[in-house]
Ligand binder design. Structure first.
Ligand code: SF4
Length: 296
């Protein structure tokens, strides 16, 4: 792993109540080696060179402590939008773990998106944060089929390992669910896959599933994805080019019917799927941030 200089670790965001209700974004790593063929974070617009090489920020934990100490406004910190915080280097360096210790110490909430079951290692810290503040974990799961997950997300826990990790976290009282996104046109956008993901979510105690029935494609990311389609899914590149051209938002064919099926299945199992319900499901301690912010 390489190290790069950094001035900041967390930044305030303005998603309102859209993205898991987070107030800050935290980026401890730059780049990601999980190799997901559809990864949006490798797009040129993010300016991450050699995306597959993981870099950490020098003095990340010292900078983070200073930032957490000095922020006037408490709230939930989001992690995992640009790079998976549980990449293989995390096992040795424990940068995410040390960051969670600080999140607990300074009484913020945490929202984690990951594909790795390494997060289970930190269940003690998640429970500690959860005692006083809000915690939500979203596992990205795009397919119920381990063989497909090995092809489209080659260097990280396969889907069944992620489902097991969901069970482990929910049984420890952590609000945990699934980010079922992207849904890849002609690959994972079939009824059986959607139904099976919802069923396994229920079986493993997931609290929520959030989905975008499609994928995004742009610049560099599109080229990378199309190369992988040529290698693993012969004939699909042409189908994509014909249907989507240069489009950024690529919703799956039969979007409405598939989304309807998804919500019907979620309702059947009592799993929430709107962002509003997900946020109110886990942000039970929101008033506490306001009190801490007010009296500090
Ligand atoms: S885990 Fe996330 S950031 Fe890493 S390659 Fe996959 S989609 Fe990209």
């Amino acid at each position: 792993m390489e190290f790069v200089k950094a001035k900041t670790i967390i930044s305030k965001v303005n998603y309102g109540d859209k993205w898991y209700g987070v107030l800050y974004n935290m980026n401890l790593y730059r780049g990601c080696c999980h190799g997901c063929i559809y990864c949006d974070s490798r797009s040129n617009c993010y300016h991450v060179e050699n995306f597959d090489t993981v870099r950490s920020k020098e003095n990340a934990i010292a900078i983070l402590e200073q930032e957490l100490y000095s922020k006037r406004e408490k709230g939930v910190i989001g992690i995992g939008s640009m790079s998976d915080p549980y990449n293989p280097f995390e096992k040795e360096y424990e940068i995410t773990r040390k960051a969670l210790e600080l999140v607990a110490k300074y009484q913020y909430g945490i929202s984690i998106t990951t594909k790795s079951d390494l997060i289970v290692r930190d269940v003690d810290l998640l429970k500690k944060i959860n005692e006083k503040n809000d915690v939500i974990v979203a596992f990205t799961i795009t397919t119920a089929d381990d063989a497909i997950s090995k092809v489209i997300e080659p260097n990280v826990s396969i889907s069944s390992e992620r489902f097991r990790a969901i069970r482990e976290l929910t049984s420890n009282g952590i609000y945990t669910g699934i980010m079922m996104s992207p849904v890849l046109p002609y690959i994972t956008d079939n009824k059986d896959n959607i139904k099976e993901i919802v069923r396994l979510a229920y079986e493993n105690g997931a609290n929520f599933i959030y989905t975008y029935m499609g994928m995004t494609l742009r610049e560099n990311q599109r080229d990378y994805y199309y190369d992988k389609l040529e290698k693993h899914f012969k004939g699909l590149k042409q189908k994509y080019m014909t249907r989507y051209g240069d489009q950024y938002n690529c919703t799956v064919p039969g979007y409405r019917e598939l989304y309807q099926l998804f919500t019907t299945e979620c309702d059947k199992y009592g799993i929430v799927y709107t962002m509003k319900d997900i946020i109110s499901g886990y942000q039970k301690k929101k008033n506490r941030y306001e009190q801490i912010t007010l009296f500090e």
